[in-house]
Structures are given as structure tokens and as C-alpha cells.
Design a protein around this ligand. Structure first.
Ligand SMILES: *Cc1c(COP(=O)(O)O)cnc(C)c1O
Length: 455
């Protein structure tokens, strides 16, 4: 697999330094084997998340200097509005400080206790925001027919129809799709599937919202894998996608190529009036919404750069390059590769460690100890929970560890180093041990739980 040539050159750098092996051991012990507790200066290659961690362009930094910090009607807002209108084509939008703020406002306006909100797979903040309003998030992903289908992020349209019939459309204040599907390996959703969901929602008069954080990567995958769209631009495909829905929640920290920012866009004027009321209460005046003028300008430029096709080709190929490199040396990775991350099946990598002993923590610890690499466990620590109805612990289907790629940040040498580090871990894979939890909080325990090694 060839490494894609970066469609940019480096103008500003941030120094990174690898701590010595004994320092790394101390640091990880002090962090109680939870890599979230490690200071970033102690991390060599940081693959914890792709959210807000990318590099901005010179054009974005110069746009920041043009930021208009007026409270109301800032010029920065109108520059952002021009871009948002052009790409997304909704009647109305409010900036928010990030994606979850858009989710918060939408749910506060639409969701009553007992409501259901179906999706292909809700992101964790979306799920938490729905629950916080008394609603029930429902995931209806399409069962993967074969790993050869590139559109592994689809919703199961039959199940969606049946679900709406079962609970009644009047109990569903809106329906959703997450593109790309972060909860399903960052895999894309096909345009046919988006259209299919749209028809089902619309024929039941259910407003249809898209969680659009990685819409540009999704449109690029549609262009690449669906020959009917090969001659269309990513922007044209994106317009087609958004014409299917009634609004979007957007985190600018992903395909908006900024470190902070987001927005909520809709077509319905009555709904927008309610949204503006809550936005003023929670985020700020509707022309800045929790951001400074300069943040709005950085996002206006970032949204344009995020749909450039040479960038998206590089972005998706870089992810595939890392995935392919790991697969070649025998690391069990999920395939096909998605847009923003490579997912490793840690239970398959350490078959001697039972899932009760958190093989994902074994892998994230091993990567830090061997190379100073930070990854994130998305297995039983993040998702296992005690089900009251079933009276047992329900575990996620796979014990995944995610290697997320910050945008425009790491080079081929960095990724080759990650592959080499995995190679070192594989060499004596049977010597690694499982972990047990020594402390954990009530909610979202993967962020702060503490561990110790099993003997
Ligand atoms: C990151 C993310 C969000 C939330 O956005 P924030 O900017 O982190 O608040 C929502 N949905 C998906 C799919 C995401 O990846």
C-alpha cells in the first residue's frame, strides 16, 4: 500500500519527545493504566481522538486575525453563514460551541420523556443528550452482510419501518443517521440508504436529522465506492445528502477542520424560533453561539478545506495505509477501513486474556509502554453495563481499541513507527496480562476508571 502524498507542506511544528522506557512505566503506573490521565507532553504519538486535534491551515490562521468580536451581527458570522448556506443549504442555522451543544438544543426542544429516537448508531454524546431529556436512543445498524461492502455504516431500513410501526410515529419526535457511522468503525452510509431512511421518515411525517460531523469523508466514500457518483464533486454529493433531511447537528471539530466549533441547521421556521430561544439561554446570541468571532472565521475556512478532494483522498488513504500496515504484520484490524480511525480487535490479539480482564486495556497499556502511543479502549470498559431487565452484564460485541488520526498532523514516519510498535508487542504477545478495575465512576467510566495489572 502506497502512502498518499500530503497535499500541503509543513509551516508550523509542535515538538514531540519520547519519554524513556522507565519514565513511561512510571507515568502509566501513576495514571493507573488509564491513558486519559496521561499529560499530552508525555505522549509521543497521540491517537486518542480525531476531534479538534487536527492542524489548521495558514489560511485559517489568517482568517482568525480577521475575526470580528462584535456581540451581535459580527462580520465573522456572515462569512460563516455564506459557507454554511453554500454547502449545507438549510434555511436557518445557529453556531454552537461544539457538536454536543447542537444536540443538547435539538433534544431540549423536541424530546419528551418516553420518546424514541432511532438511528444507524448514535454517538455517545447524542445518546446521553437524548437520555438526559427522558428519551430512548435506539440503534438499528444494518447487519454486515459481507466485509466487502464498503457501506458498513448503513441503517437497517426494514427494521426502521418495523420499529416505527411498533412504537408509533407519534412517539418519535425525530429520526437520525450518523454519517460516517462513528459507532460502526467510522464506516460510510450509502446515498441509497440515506434516501431510503429519508423516505421512511418522511412518509411517517417524522423530521429527519443527520449527525453530519464526518459528512465530507462520507461523501468522498460515496464518490469512490458508488460508480453512479464518480463524476460528481464531493460538494454536489453532500448537497444531495442534505436535501434528504430536515436539519443537521454538526461538530466542526471533525470535517470542519477546527479545534472548537459546531452548529445546528434546520429548515422549519417554527422549530428554528424555539432553537434560537434555547441557544440564547445555553450558548449565546444566535450570531456567535458560544464561539468567538475568530472561531467562526476559522470554521468558515475549515469547512471549505474539508471538502477539497485531494485532501479527502489523502485523509482516507492515510487511514487505510495505517490499517493495511497493521494487517500485514498480523494485527487483527476491522475491515474495510473507515475514514478517521483504525480499530483493533484486542480480544483477538490477546486470545489468552478473557474479556472480563479487559484485553483493550492490555493493548492500550502495551502501546504506551512500548512506544509512548496513546489509543483508546472502546470495549467492555467503555460499553459493558449491568442490564437490570436481564440481570446480567451486557458486553459490546467486540473489545475494540481505536487508533484515531488527527487531521493533517502525523506523517508516514509516524504511522510506520506505530506499525513497528505493534510488531514489538506481537513478538511476545503471550507474556501480556489482563487488568482489573480498582475504581470506577458511575457514568462514562472509560474516561476516569483506574486499573491494576492481574498477576
Ligand atoms: C464528536 C461527535 C459528536 C459530538 O461532537 P463534539 O464536538 O465532540 O461535541 C457527535 N457525533 C459524532 C458522530 C461525533 O463524532
Amino acid at each position: 500500500m502506497k502512502y498518499p502524498i500530503e497535499p500541503f507542506k509543513i509551516k508550523t511544528i509542535q515538538k514531540i519527545q519520547r519519554k524513556s522506557a522507565s519514565e513511561r512505566e512510571n507515568i502509566l503506573t501513576n495514571a493507573k493504566y488509564n491513558v486519559f490521565k496521561i499529560a499530552s507532553e508525555d505522549v509521543y504519538i497521540d491517537l486518542l481522538t480525531d476531534s479538534g486535534t487536527g492542524a489548521m491551515s495558514a489560511d485559517q490562521w489568517s482568517a482568525i486575525m480577521m475575526g470580528d468580536e462584535s456581540y451581535a451581527g459580527a462580520t465573522s458570522f456572515f462569512r460563516l453563514k455564506k459557507v454554511v448556506d453554500e454547502i449545507f443549504q438549510f434555511q436557518y442555522f445557529v453556531p454552537t460551541h461544539q457538536g454536543r451543544a447542537a444536540e443538547h438544543i435539538l433534544n431540549e426542544v423536541l424530546v419528551e420523556p418516553g420518546h424514541y429516537i432511532p438511528s444507524n448508531t448514535h454517538f455517545d454524546t447524542t445518546e446521553a443528550n437524548i437520555r438526559a431529556c427522558g428519551g430512548n436512543p435506539v440503534n438499528l445498524p444494518e447487519a454486515r452482510k459481507s466485509t466487502s461492502s464498503p457501506f458498513g455504516g448503513n441503517i437497517d431500513l426494514e427494521k426502521l419501518s418495523r420499529f416505527i410501526n411498533d412504537v408509533g410515529a407519534y412517539n418519535i419526535p425525530y429520526g437520525m443517521l450518523t454519517i460516517t457511522n462513528n459507532g460502526a468503525g467510522g464506516l460510510p452510509v450509502s446515498l441509497d440508504n440515506i434516501r431510503g431512511a429519508s423516505e421512511i421518515y418522511r412518509s411517517n411525517e417524522i423530521p429527519f436529522f443527520i449527525d453530519a460531523c464526518r459528512y465530507a469523508e462520507n461523501s468522498y466514500f460515496i464518490k469512490k465506492h458508488d460508480e453512479r457518483y464518480q463524476s460528481q464533486t464531493v460538494e454536489e454529493i453532500s448537497k444531495e445528502v442534505f436535501s434528504c433531511c430536515d436539519g443537521i447537528t454538526m461538530s466542526g471539530k471533525k470535517d470542519g477542520l477546527v479545534n472548537i466549533g459546531g452548529f445546528l441547521a434546520v429548515n422549519d421556521s417554527e422549530l428554528f424560533t424555539k432553537i434560537k430561544n434555547i441557544a440564547v439561554l445555553r450558548e449565546g446570541f444566535p450570531t456567535y453561539g458560544g464561539l468567538s468571532g475568530r472561531d467562526l472565521d476559522a470554521m468558515a475556512v475549515g469547512l471549505k478545506e474539508g471538502i477539497e478532494e485531494d485532501y479527502l483522498e489523502y485523509r482516507t488513504s492515510q487511514t487505510a495505509y495505517l490499517g493495511e500496515g497493521l494487517r500485514e504484520i498480523g494485527v487483527p484490524v476491522l475491515q474495510p477501513f473507515g475514514g478517521h480511525a483504525v480499530y483493533v480487535d484486542s480480544a483477538a490479539m490477546f486470545p489468552h486474556i478473557p474479556v472480563e480482564d479487559f484485553p483493550g486495556i492490555t493493548l492500550s497499556s502495551a502501546l504506551y509502554l512500548a512506544g509512548g502511543i496513546r489509543s483508546v479502549e472502546l470495549g467492555s470498559v467503555a460499553f459493558a453495563h449491568f442490564d437490570e431487565a436481564l440481570q446480567k452484564i451486557v458486553r459490546p460485541p467486540l473489545e475494540l481499541v481505536r487508533l484515531a488520526l488527527p487531521r493533517r498532523t502525523y506523517t508516514q514516519a509516524h504511522l510506520d513507527f506505530v506499525v513497528r510498535t505493534f510488531g514489538e508487542v506481537l513478538e511476545n504477545v503471550e507474556t501480556y496480562k489482563g487488568y482489573e478495575i480498582t475504581w470506577s465512576p458511575e457514568h462514562l467510566r472509560h474516561f476516569t476508571a483506574e486499573f491494576k495489572s492481574k498477576l
